[in-house]
Structures are given as C-alpha cells and as structure tokens.
Design a protein around this ligand. Sequence first.
Ligand SMILES: [Cu+2]
Length: 114
Amino acid sequence: MKFDVTAFEAKPGQKISITLTNIGTTPKFSMGHNCVVLDRNVNVQNFLDAASMAASTDYVPKDFKGALAHTKLLGPGESDTVTFNAPYIPGDYPFFCSFPGHYSQGTKGVMAVK
Ligand SMILES: [Cu+2]
C-alpha cells in the first residue's frame, strides 16, 4: 500500500496538481484512499486521530485545521485531482492517505518546498 510518488519538490507559491488514482480492487468502505497534504507544523498523529473519526467527510476532519489540500476518498478505479499553491515557507510538508491505518502501512510521502 504505497503512493507511486513519495517525494517531490516545489517552489514557494508554485501551483501544484496532485492526481491520485486508486488502482486497487477492494471496495471503498474497507480500502478507500485519499491524499492529504498537511501543513508542516501540524502533528501528523493528532491529525490522523481526528481523521479516524471523520468517515462522513472522507476521513478529512473539518474541525481540524492544517490540511493544505486533499483529494476525495477514492474507491477502486477512481481518480481525483486537487490543485493548490505550495506554501511560501520552505520546509518539508507531509502528504498521506488519512484512511485509518494506511499511514502506518506506508501510504505517505513528503513535499519539499525550497
Ligand atoms: Cu489509503
């Protein structure tokens, strides 16, 4: 369970498009995937804890600040693209699938703004 891209670089403020395609075959309720880009000062585990309670909003907690961008939660064969501007502050920004358990199984990566 991995993203095929686990690291990329961006310039501050650069327009970024992330396209996620779920190439799996397991139904969305048990094996959906999304891609969330988090601000660099947000504690990932705190976000994931909130995300695990947010099934109704694609595991993106609406009352938890810090997601810079996210795709929809995708079932098998589905695809979604999200476009956003990279932050102006250089640093490493994590991205990951916020479906419960998927981060710890390795569905994650880093966007390096420099
Ligand atoms: Cu996932």
